[in-house]
Structure formats: C-alpha cells, structure tokens
Design a protein around this ligand. Structure first.
Ligand SMILES: Nc1ncnc2c1ncn2[C@@H]1O[C@H](COP(=O)(O)OP(=O)(O)OP(=O)(O)O)[C@@H](O)[C@H]1O
Length: 665
C-alpha cells in the first residue's frame, strides 16, 4: 500500500508524464517504461493513469478500514466504560444454565426468530452409528430426545430487574467458508454447545450480573427439583463425568426396610449436611466426610435407597461402578472432579483389588484356586477391577481427598471387605438391607395399588376396591409372605405381574410362595451338591498329586521314608480340608467398624464386622449364607434389577486384596 501511495504521489504529476517522472517510475519499477509503451501502443491505455486510480482506491479503502478500526476501538472503549461484564467458559455448567434461562424467559416471550436447536449428539461414520446422550431425562415418555431451543451466536439484549443485559455467545470454530460475501454467523454454522458466553450489564458494577447468574442457577435447580441428577463417567477407561441422567426422584417411602433404621439414616445425613456440623468438624480438625456401607443380597434396594437419599437431600449422585473403572489413577481423577457437596455411590465395592478379567484371561486358571476351571462365583459375576484397595482408600480419605461429600458404598459380600476399608472415617454406618418382612410386603402392596392422583396408571387396571378393602387385602397378602425369605425385588416382580388386580395378587400369592420356595430348595440342593463335588474333586486331585510326588521320590528314598512322607501329605491335606474358611480371613479378630449410634450387635461377620448393623430384618451372616442367597434368583418375572443370581459361594478374598494396603491408623 505504501508503494501504491508513493506511486499515486508520483503519478499526480502525471500531466504530460514528464520524462523525469517516467524515469522515477522506471527506477522504482524496473521495466516500467517497456510496459508503459506496450499499454500505449497496443491497448491505447495510459499505465500511469491506471496506477494512479488503483492507488487512490487503495488509499480510500485503507482509510475506510482505519476509520472502522478506530470506530471499533471507540465503541469498545465506550462499552468498557459503560458496562460491567463476566465471561463464562463454554464447558461450564453455568453456561448451559444461563442459556436455559434465556431460552425460557427471553426467547419464547419475544418470539425470537433466529434460534439454535439441539437434541442429542450422534456420532456417525461408515462403521458406527450410535447416539451419544450427554444429558438424559428418564422422566420423559417420548421415544426421542426432546429438542432444546437456545439463543444463536451474537448478542441477546434484555432487561432483567431494571438492568440492561447483553449476553454474547461467541463463535469459536469458524465454519464460515467459501462465500463470496461474508455470511452472518447465525447462517453459517451451528453452535457446538461449548461456546463461551460474555454477560454484560449497563453500569459500572458486576453485582447485577452476579445476581442474574444466581437467578439462572436457581431456575436450573427448580427445573431439576423433581429429579435427581445422576452423573456417570463414560466407559471403562474414561475418567471424566460426562453424562447426566435426570431420574425422577424416588420417594424414600418407596424403599422398604426397617423404618427405625431408615429414620436414623436420614437423621444422620441431615445432621451431617447441617452447616454447623461442618464448622464443628473443622474446629476439631476432623475431616468433614461421611461414609455409609449398604450391604445385603442383590435386589434388596441398595441402589434404590441411594437414589432416594440423593433425591431427598437434593444432592447430585455421582455413580462409580468399581469394576468399570480402569485403574487407581482413573478413580482418583473421577474423585478430583467431584463438586464440593454431593453423593458418591461406589457400587460393588467388593470387586476392588481383583484383577479385571479382560486383561488377565491368561491367568484365569491360576486364579482359580481349585484348579477345576471354574473361578469363584463372585468373580464371574463382577468381572475384575484394576482398582486396588490402596487406590480406593486413598480417594476415600487420603491427603488429597475432598471434604464435604457423602460416600455410599454397596456390596453384596460385605463379609469379604477389608477391615481397612470399613473402618470408621471411611464407613461410619453400615446398613443391612435384607429379605423382605411381612410388614414391608404390606407396604409394598399398598404402594403398588394406591390410586394415582393424576390417573396416570395403565388403563386396564381394575382397581375397583375401596381404600379399606385395599388395606384389608394388603394385610391378608402380607400374612402369606414368609418372613425374610424373598428379596423385595422378587416380590415387586410378582406384584408387577398382577398389577391390574390386587384381588388376584392376594388370591394367587400362596401358590407363588410355594412354587418359589420349591425353587429355592432345589437351588439350595443344587448348590450343596455342587459344593460337595467340588470338594471331592479337590481331594482327589490332591491325592493324585501326592501319589505323583511319591512316585517321583521312589528312586531316592526308602519305602519307610516314603510312607512317612505320604502320611504327612495326607494329613496336611486333611487338615486343610477341615479348616473353616472363615479363619483364613481372620474370623477371630474383632471388627473395628461399628454403627455410630446404633445399639451394639450380638454377632460378628466373618471378617470381624458387626453382624447386625442397622436392620432388624436379618443378620449379614444369614445374608451371605448359601441358603439365603439362593432366594435371589427365582423370580416369577424378571423385575428391574433382578437378573443377578446371588452367589452361593462367598469365599474370603483376603489373599486377593491388594498387597499394597498401607497400614491404617
Ligand atoms: N427394599 C426395597 N423396597 C422397595 N423396592 C425394592 C427394595 N429392594 C429392591 N427393590 C426393587 O427391586 C429392584 C432392584 O433394586 P435395587 O437395584 O435397588 O437392588 P440392589 O440391592 O441395589 O441390587 P444389586 O445388589 O443387584 O445391585 C428395584 O426395581 C427396586 O424397586
């Protein structure tokens, strides 16, 4: 441009294009004279004039752009002078909350004509087609994800509480290509959902913006009031919380177990969440954390109770399925990303310290202590996790572990848990959820057939029974349910099968109970036989091994010595066979974790845990016994969450737990 201006200056003397001027130009642009002659002779054009016009145009455009730049500078200076602003990163939840507020309060009211829409993300390529739901709402009955309308790029103006606000949604990725004239952003591409926002407010204080942000958050909380937000991480090796599921809140009354235990649990959590409790902990230097262990056979309500508690206390539930977590580092990253106050649900905590099956297929057989090709049932059921016990202990109350959260752990095999894991501070209260009592079955019956206020129940339901009649039927029904035999999930399955008629459900329950009990007996018998056979095979294998050893030594020792040796081997194997399994895990030791303010229990679990922590339903020893466990697998219907069979073999895993466990306390 400078050159052109120089040229323009030179060519302003163009009248007659004096020889000196042409010479000047020749000096600046070598070969200019030749070109000038060419243009003059062949095109009848004066090159110097053309250059002059071009230079003037260039100067004008650069003038315009510098005027524009100056204008923009002045504009932003005025904006900066007259407004306050706060920017929010694209991946911050607040960003989405502001957009939602705008969508509900500004865009719909103003009938804005330029919007963006999103429903759910879809990944497509030749080989895979799958949907990636970042946010799922389990309350909707639609088969498709709902569409959300949000502001487009650019600035949205509005007045809120007598303040003028401008929210700018900033385009980060430039999809504006290939047009001869610049297409406005809103027509050139769609936002990807992670655009930063800048919120500006007329005035010289950020206070109105802070209040506005608070309003957006309150609005989001209100929208979620009927839901509990469950956050999960994506897959085995993903260590970020990337999916939100909005689950309708499950009232605590719909989870049936001992009412006293339930009340004590609720009071405990309420007390913990009290602001004064935090101060109390802080002043005394006690880490402000609370841990609960929910244990018992499958289908007894451990997960349901966790969801209900999160809903009751308005906390987000962060779900970690231990067998799916890649390793200790992944677990630590998940914990580091937790918000200050939330509930964390660690499912199947007993899988910790057992190697993941997928990566250790080759040593499967070596893990099978029996060598008969079948690994223990719990390992089959749970897969194997690379999270070690020390890794878990570290996130629960290591130096870097967060304060303010509530950890709920669930286990079907609490007796196998390491004592370090369940010591107070990590587990402050143990809640046993066991088989259902007649009283709980009565409540479940009433819940199943209670009239729905919004008559949203399935149309075919024949609920022509009065309230009194329903109560009578519920009592009659409950009397036919044996105490602590069936899991709540089993009973729920039965009731769902008769959901249209409480009368039929009551009439048929006796037969169902008989059939189920027969199935349970058959399952027990099968388990007993399988255990016997296993034992027999084990003994036989040992004898064969001993014989082989004797054979191998025959050449080296006398017959007498050989006989002594054989006897020794036999005695040793007999002793081993006789030794009670519990002793391997330190059955004699006393447990170190007890419910804090519950009456002391009478017995102890095999690893030293108190046996009846918080439930009057039945003791954990019963829960883990083959007899009890066998009841879990024979449902008339496969109700939700009932597919798992209770393992009938709960061997101690002290040998399998991580050897890296630090010495605690
Ligand atoms: N105590 C209970 N009260 C009411 N419903 C229950 C109870 N226990 C189980 N259910 C019902 O049984 C189903 C399975 O329950 P849930 O998943 O909470 O059991 P769980 O103990 O977590 O099982 P698992 O150990 O196999 O994960 C749910 O549909 C739930 O409604």
């Amino acid at each position: 441009m400078d050159n052109l201006l120089a040229l323009a200056g030179t060519s302003s003397l163009l009248n007659g294009a004096s020889g000196t001027t042409i010479q000047d130009l020749e000096e600046r642009i070598p070969g200019f004279a030749i070109l000038q002659n060419f243009f003059k002779t062949w095109l009848k054009l004066d090159l110097a004039s053309i250059l002059t016009v071009a230079a003037l145009m260039g100067a004008a455009s650069s003038g315009v752009s510098s005027i524009r730049d100056t204008g923009a500078k002045i504009y932003w200076w005025i904006v900066r002078f007259l407004t306050a602003s706060i920017s929010i990163a694209g991946n911050d939840r607040l960003n989405r909350e502001v957009l939602n507020w705008l969508g509900a309060h500004i865009l719909t009211k103003r009938r804005t004509r330029i919007l963006t829409a999103n429903s759910e993300k879809v990944l497509t390529d030749t080989w895979h087609y799958h949907r990636v739901s970042q946010e799922r709402n389990d309350y909707t009955h639609d088969s498709r994800a709902p569409v959300h309308y949000l502001p487009t790029f650019g600035t949205t103006w509005f007045i809120h509480k007598r303040n003028l606000f401008m929210v700018r949604r900033i385009l980060t990725s430039s999809s504006n290509t290939g047009w001869s004239f610049r297409t406005p952003d809103e027509y050139a591409g769609a936002p990807e959902g992670d655009e930063p926002l800048v919120i500006m407010c007329l005035g010289r204080s950020v206070e109105p913006i802070k209040k506005f942000l608070e309003t957006c958050r309150e609005f989001a909380d209100k929208q979620r009031e009927a839901y509990v937000t469950v956050r999960i991480s994506k897959g085995s090796y993903n260590d970020s919380w990337d999916t939100s599921i909005l689950r309708p809140i499950r009232p605590l009354e719909t989870v049936h177990f001992d009412e006293k235990v339930k009340d004590a649990l609720v009071a405990d959590i309420a007390n913990y969440l009290d602001a004064n409790t935090r101060k109390f902990y802080n002043r005394r230097g006690i880490p402000y954390r609370r841990g609960f262990l929910l244990y018992g056979p499958p289908g007894t309500g451990k997960t349901s109770l966790s969801l209900a508690l999160a809903g009751k206390f308005g906390l987000e539930l962060y779900l970690i399925h231990i067998p799916s977590v890649g390793n200790d580092d992944a677990l630590e990253r998940l914990f580091t990303a937790l918000p200050p106050k939330c509930m964390v649900l660690l499912e199947d905590i007993d899988a910790v310290g057992i190697k993941r099956r997928a990566s250790s297929n080759d040593d499967d057989s070596s893990n099978d202590s029996d060598g008969d090709g079948s690994s223990s049932s719990d390992e089959d059921e749970y897969g194997r996790s690379r999270v070690t016990l020390s890794g878990l202990l570290n996130v629960l109350d290591g130096v870097a572990s967060q304060e303010g959260r509530i950890v709920l752990m669930t286990s079907n095999f609490a007796e196998k848990l390491d004592k370090a894991l369940v010591r107070p501070g990590r587990v402050d209260r143990m809640i046993y959820l066991g088989h259902i009592s007649p009283r709980s079955s009565e409540l479940m019956f009433l819940r199943m057939y209670a009239a729905d206020a919004d008559s949203a129940a399935p149309g075919s339901r024949d609920l022509q029974v009065s309230e009194d009649e329903l109560k009578r039927l519920a009592l009659e029904f409950s009397k036919k349910i044996p105490n602590e035999v069936f899991t709540p999930a089993q009973l729920q399955g039965y009731l769902l099968n008769h959901r249209d008629s409480p009368v039929e459900a009551t009439a048929n329950v006796e037969r169902w109970v008989q059939e189920e009990q027969q199935t349970i007996e058959a399952a027990k018998e099968k388990t007993r036989k399988a255990a016997e056979q296993k034992k027999k095979r084990k003994r036989e294998r040992k004898l064969v091994r001993a014989a082989e050893m004797a054979e191998a030594m025959r050449n080296y020792v006398s017959d007498d010595e050989l006989e002594t040796l054989r006897q020794k081997v036999e005695e040793k194997s007999k002793r081993k066979a006789k030794r009670p399994k519990d002793s391997v895990d330190g059955a004699e030791e006393k447990g170190n974790s007890e419910p804090l303010d519950e009456p002391k229990s009478s017995g102890h679990m095999p690893n030293g845990l108190p046996s009846s922590h918080d439930s009057t339903l039945s003791g954990p020893n019963e829960a883990s016994s083959p007899e009890k466990s066998a009841t879990g697998g024979t449902n008339e219907t496969a109700g939700p969450g009932e597919s798992k069979e209770t393992s009938t073999e709960a061997e101690p895993v002290s040998a399998e737990t991580d050897t890296k466990v630090p010495s605690h306390e």
